[in-house]
Every structure is written in structure tokens, then in C-alpha cells.
Design a protein around this ligand. Sequence first.
Ligand code: NAD
Length: 306
Amino acid sequence: MEKKDFVVTGGAGYIGGHLVDSLVEAGNTISIDNMSSGKYANGRASGIKCDLRDEKKVSSLDIPEGSLIFHLAANPDVRESMKRIIEHYGNDVTSTLNVLELARKKDSEKVIFASTSAVYGDAKTPTPEDSKMDPISNYGLFKSIGEGMVSFYSRTYGIKTCILRFANVVGGRASHGIVPDFVKKLEKDESELEILGDGRQRKSYVYIDDVVRALLLAIRIEESNAVLNVGNTDTVSVEDIAQIIEGNMGIKPKHHYINRYKGRGWPGDVKEMLLDIRKISKLGWKPSMGSEGAILAAAKDMLQNR
Ligand code: NAD
């Protein structure tokens, strides 16, 4: 890879931290984060503490002209987005606008935006990129607004952009999501596991290293404002995930279901998610393992990192 200046917002977070680890090999890397949930720091990257909701602070950020910006900072908690709406709006929408303005002023080479399968809502599966965005959570709604702003900046100011819509990302240093949730619960009480919903929710999971590969691929994509799904070719149910993790831990707890929302885990939870990944596959990206393999690898990573 040619030497560049990289900026990663949300660089102290889960995906951002893994991305920073790869980018430091290729160029000058700056991580920007308000450290609200992320705590990771790679000693070879410069770290700037900044709340991206603060327009004044963002506009005075000292990043090199022409930097390539990965905008990953957000609050990815779907459940919380249905409760603390204004706070999520700030982190997901206001921050995105401030980052786009920074990109415009600094003549950024490209902005790569981390979006989500949640923009599609309860869509027909497998869901291609040209499906209607019909989110059922504030998180999905705010990301769809973010995508709209990214596309606007691309059309209006000629900034190169790329939007990646991730399925559920697992593995590595993940601290949130279904795998850490189940492992933590089972470490507390290995006789019983509480499952939110009816356990039949089926979704696609993609391993963290594959997601980092997709983010790196996005640097080279020529299409202006490309939109790409990043996921898997299969799904796995919540019940299956529980069994994979339990098998790995060598335990057999009883399952206890909290099923208040017609099979969903919580309001805004999409019951079935499978992204059509043919577009990114044609560009040479393929997941290195299926959803089940990704869950198993993630469970092993988590138990090993303890
Ligand atoms: P994360 O919570 O681990 O990382 C997000 C980081 O952003 C955190 O370090 C946090 O401190 C920072 N942040 C939040 N608000 C900020 C603000 N106002 N100013 C500065 N920093 C702020 O999340 P993640 O799982 O690494 O997700 C990264 C991106 O990928 C997010 O945009 C998320 O929506 C998207 N995404 C994640 C998944 C997944 O399964 N993890 C799936 C689809 C999309």
C-alpha cells in the first residue's frame, strides 16, 4: 500500500482499534475518539481525544491535508438508541456532519463510512444494496441519515466516499454484542442462560479480520460513493450461538427466554438479517469463514483474552 495519512474516528473502539493496528503498518495514523466507550490505544498511532459532536473542536483538529478518513465513531447499541434518542442522534448524526465538514476543509482524499445492516430493517433476505432503507431502530435511522449526508458531500463537493454496511461483527477484542454477552452471563452462572427473544432470530456474523480487509479494500475502490454490504453467505440463530459457546466452554445450561417483543430481543431488533454480498465479492473480498465459524472463533478469542 502507498504511504498515506490516515484518520480513524472511533479508533479507540472495537472495529476502529483493529483497523488502526493494520493502518500503522501502511502510514501515519491518527485515531480520534472521545473515549466514551472505547479505551484502546496503539502506541504507533497518534491519539487525539475529541468529542466529534463539538463543531468548534472538530473544525480546529490538526489533521494533514488530504488525509483518508475512516469514520467509525458512533454508538452502535441498537437497544439504547430506542431509549436515549437525542444522545444517539448527536453521536451518530451530528458527529458525521462535523466529520464531513472537516473532510471538505482538509481536502480529504476519501471518507469511508461505517454503516450497518440495520438501515434495511425487516427487509427480504438476502438483501442487496439497492433495497429500500426502511430502518426499525433509531440506530438504523441515524445511520441512514449519515449515509444521506455522505452521499450529499460526495455529489456536492466531489469528495470521494465509500459506505460499508456491516452485518454483525464478531471476534478479536469485541466487548459488546452477543458473544461477550453470552460468555459473561455464562461465566457468572453456568447452570442457566437468559436469552432475549425466542432464540429463533437468525442473522449473519462476520469475523473482525474480514471486516478490516473490507475497510482496506474500500481505500482502492474507484466508484464514486460506492455502497457495499459486508457480511456472510449464511446465518446462524441465537439458539445455535448459545450452543456453540456452551460447547466451547464445556457446559450445558438451561435456557430461559425473555420473549416480550414477538420473538425479537428488544424493540428495534431485526429478526432475520442476511446481506447479499455479491457486489463486494466481485471486487475480490470474501469472508474467510461462515457465520458459525465466526461465532466459534469469536468465543475462542474472548476466552483466550481473559
Ligand atoms: P465501538 O462502540 O466499539 O466504537 C465506537 C467508538 O466511537 C468508541 O471508541 C467511542 O468511544 C467512540 N465515540 C462514540 N461517540 C463519539 C463521539 N461523539 N466523539 C468521538 N468518539 C466517539 O463500536 P464498533 O463496534 O467498533 O463500531 C464501529 C462502527 O461500526 C460504528 O459506526 C458502528 O455503528 C459500525 N457497525 C458496527 C457493527 C458491529 O457489529 N460492531 C455492525 C455494523 C456497524
